[in-house]
Design a protein around this ligand. Sequence first.
Ligand code: PDD
Length: 275
Amino acid sequence: MIIFQNKIMDRSEVSIDIEDRGYQFGDGVYEVIRIYDGKLFEMEGHMKRLERSAGEIELSLPFPASEIIYSIKELIKHNNIKDGHVYMQITRGASSRNHPFPDNATPVLTAYTKEYEENPSATTEGIKALLADDIRWLRCDIKSLNLLGNVLGKQKAKDNGYDETIFHRGDTVTEGSSTNVFIVNNGQLVTHPATNLILNGITRKVVIDLAQNMSIPVREEEFTIDELLSADEVFITSTTIEVAPVTQINNTVLNDGKTGEVTRKLQEAFKNRIS
Ligand code: PDD
């Protein structure tokens, strides 16, 4: 079962208009929320970010956030999901194709659950990352459906035998194609500030919070490719992979190909946080 306009329905009964603006323009926003033991993780943070993303593209949520949360919880129960995620998107709806916002379109909400057979973070011991030019637009803070730059980045990594692409604008490292990037130097974390050039990851925020509680200093500052390649440790974060060590970037092997001490501590703290 899935959610269509806040109703739980059979997937085969849902039809999306061929002129839905999400389909034609990528005109919409989305969230991926992790489910641990049947419960939504950091749901409030995700809903706030969804509301912010929608606001930034002048899209109103078709239902109050509290109603959306209620339906998603019902869907998780209905589909009996223990570990997995919920994907949710809102588009500006269907209207005769024309670039400006239509006057009368109804936003379309869809959501579905995905169950994990294996925790994706369990398969991410030692990520290999490829550096690539950040060719995306200048509003990466909006979790928009337009993901072509990210898709091309991830494909480039895959084609070359890597797991993830780490983007840079000029000399400055921004983020991964679907992850945030942290470096560790002398026991301190550095990550790109939450500007328009990155998505302000929910996992990023959780990790910053955990680090501060563990008295690990965190600097939200720009860092360069050189600093990335010469860091003591590098790790990436996201809803699906949690905290994953990066042990190779292009041809450079980091930390002898092993998970660093600080990364390991944060992985452990993250595990405790979700259980
Ligand atoms: N991606 N940066 C980008 C570009 C992302 O797409 C994501 C998440 C993140 C990490 O954000 P969070 O910690 O809130 O998941 C950073 C999701 C998982 C996706 O598109 O599948």
